[in-house]
Write a protein that binds this ligand. Structure first.
Ligand SMILES: NC(=O)c1ccc[n+]([C@@H]2O[C@H](COP(=O)([O-])OP(=O)(O)OC[C@H]3O[C@@H](n4cnc5c(N)ncnc54)[C@H](OP(=O)(O)O)[C@@H]3O)[C@@H](O)[C@H]2O)c1
Length: 253
């Protein structure tokens, strides 16, 4: 019943983790074509490409630093040149680094804000131009519980994710009249390389899990499912929504 038949999707940061799980799920849901963006991990991106092709999707793999607007514009241009349109964009790529505020350098602040927040501006801007021209589309951003309640020693990360939430709501009102849906998924802890350092420490993991009502950490596939829902016609009445995918760890809207 849930189907992306005939749709063209672009996913940033699709070489690993949530982005990779989303690309595979989109291919299995019948997407016609998928643009797989990566930054440095070509081998991982190629493995995702092979799985998507095996599921029947046409795939374009593009290396681009999402923190640079010109790279993102060029990537979106390549996608439209190859597939003729762009129906779904998932602004997912991100980094999670730690630093106490009194020691955080300007370079550390800029790296996180550029990669996590400027990237979403750049992706939405380039995608919106194409989607307005073609009469509609769907944008899904990937924020975080950190953007809702803050996160000590990751203040740049929390600020970037709070920015994504506001940007998502602003663009939902701005682009709704043009047939473009803009929603966000806000994951809590997810088992990916991003969180591996904290989650492979047994004592740390036990402490984290003890605070989660479902008593487990989400998988990348747990997050990809709601992204697919927001990318599909089953969510036709939803825009500007922040959909929590956190196994109950943060109960806010
Ligand atoms: N994991 C969690 O616990 C968690 C919780 C809440 C929110 N999130 C959010 O979910 C999203 C995905 O996270 P994840 O856990 O799947 O992370 P991950 O496993 O570390 O994967 C990150 C992805 O982003 C790409 N990327 C990083 N910097 C990039 C850049 N400058 N340009 C283009 N691509 C870049 C990576 O590409 P390469 O492979 O080429 O490096 C990779 O594909 C992020 O926005 C993250 O903040 C994650």
């Amino acid at each position: 019943m849930i189907s992306l038949n005939g749709k063209v999707a672009l996913i940033t940061g699709a070489s690993r983790g949530i982005g990779a799980a989303t690309a595979r799920l989109f291919a299995n849901a019948g997407a016609r074509a998928i643009v797989i963006n990566y930054h440095s991990n070509r081998a991982a991106a190629d493995a995702v490409r092979d799985d998507c092709v095996a599921a029947g999707a046409d795939v374009l793999t593009v290396r681009a630093d999402v923190g640079r607007a010109s790279s993102v514009r060029s990537m979106v241009g390549k996608a439209v040149e190859r597939f003729g349109r762009l129906d779904i964009v998932v602004a997912n790529a991100g980094i999670w680094k730690g630093a106490a505020i009194e020691e955080m350098t300007e370079a550390e602040w800029d790296e996180t804000i550029d990669t996590n927040l400027k990237s979403v501006y750049a992706t939405c801007s380039a995608a919106a131009a194409q989607m307005i021209a073609q009469g509609g589309g769907r944008i899904i951003t990937v924020s975080s519980t950190a953007g809702q309640r803050g996160e000590a020693f990751h203040s740049h990360y929390a600020a970037s994710k709070g920015g994504i939430i506001s940007l998502t709501k602003a663009l939902a009102s701005e682009l709704g009249p043009k047939g473009i849906f803009v929603n966000s998924v806000a994951p809590g802890w997810v088992d990916t390389e991003m969180s591996a350092e904290a989650l492979t420490n047994r004592a740390e993991r036990k402490k984290i899990v003890s605070l989660i009502p479902l008593q487990r950490v989400a998988t990348a596939e747990d997050v990809a499912g709601p992204i697919l829902f927001l990318a599909s016609d089953l969510s036709n009445g939803i825009t500007g929504e922040i959909l929590n995918v956190n196994c109950g760890s943060v109960l806010c809207g």
